[in-house]
Design a protein around this ligand. Structure first.
Ligand code: SAM
Length: 285
């Protein structure tokens, strides 16, 4: 193949983007590379077999996933050093983006093995392009933390971020994540949720954080990208947490009363704000 061995005799590591739902979303070049390389390293070989069967690709598949990244990476490096061309694919989208691959790419650069990207689908770019939020500057944050405390802390640190924020989120955590967005970034913060991109039940929701909480209050299925737009001029000056801090410093009111008042002002659940107030009190003591 023309895109192959370099002068030192090494093979090339190809990072090949594959569909994120619709099997037609794969480039001619990606199909050719997958057919021509000596070996394809895939996150889940059973999953990738479906793509291979669909396109009649017979190249040997080997598994390369999060828990064998280090050991398997070395085997792949040896194959590359021995002159084999290797393609890396993930279950969906672009390898090394919230998927295994980054370590292998770094290792290849360290020892001078050529690395080449065969670009194609990535959920974050597809979601960003259709969400209608500003795209001139954006920040991809990967998966939101699963634990409430860490998630709120992260969101709080991004409160004044003027770039559009892009997150991957699991469906069973979406409702809780949206409640936290509403609590930390304000009711009116613009939000977009892109669900099941390129699939039969593709959905784009656009609205405020408060509206998103209502829309996604029930059971949510499918794969999700959550996007948060920059704060609008009318957003409340203070976050709930900042208001809690100020009220604790400026008044002698019991915590439960402060929480009730702020829950009313911010349109949030009293118990959520009270829990936040207790956490703040613990941190300050
Ligand atoms: N490397 C992949 C990429 O470039 O898109 C992302 C891999 S990450 C492990 C998987 C996450 O991507 C899912 O949990 C979801 O947040 C997002 N995702 C993948 N496919 C999607 C789709 N069809 N629609 C919406 N989000 C998707």
């Amino acid at each position: 193949m023309s895109e192959s061995r370099d002068s030192s005799g090494c093979g090339t590591l190809y990072l090949v983007a594959t569909p994120i739902g619709n099997l037609e979303d794969i480039s001619q070049r990606a199909l050719r590379i997958l057919q021509q390389v000596d070996l394809v390293a895939a996150e889940d070989t059973r999953h990738s077999r479906k793509l291979f069967n669909h396109y009649g690709i017979g190249t040997p598949l080997t598994s390369y996933f999060q828990h064998n990244e280090a050991a398997k990476g070395e085997q792949l490096v040896q194959a590359l050093l021995g002159g084999k061309n290797v393609a890396l694919i993930s279950d969906a989208g672009t390898p090394a983006i919230s998927d295994p691959g980054c370590l292998l790419v770094q290792r290849c650069h360290e020892i001078g093995i050529p690395v080449s990207a065969i670009p194609g689908p990535s959920a974050l770019i597809a979601a960003l392009s259709m969400a209608g939020l500003p795209t001139k500057r954006f920040a991809f944050e990967g998966f939101l933390p699963a634990r409430t405390h860490a998630r709120r802390q992260l969101l709080r640190s991004l409160r004044n971020e003027m770039r559009t924020l892009v997150f991957y989120e699991a469906p069973h955590r979406l409702a809780a994540a949206l409640q936290d967005v509403r609590m930390e970034l304000g009711e009116e913060r613009p939000v977009a949720v892109v669900r099941e991109l390129t699939k039969v039940h593709e959905e784009l929701f656009r609205g405020s954080a408060a509206e998103a909480c209502v829309h996604f209050a029930g059971k949510v299925r499918g794969e999700i990208v959550l996007l948060i737009g920059p704060p609008e001029a009318t957003a409340p000056e203070e976050s709930v947490r900042e208001a809690l801090k100020r009220w604790r410093q400026e008044t002698d009111l019991p915590l439960s009363k402060i929480a009730r008042k702020l829950a009313r002002d911010y349109g949030l659940s009293g118990s959520d704000v009270y829990r936040e107030a207790l956490a703040l009190q613990d941190e300050e003591e």
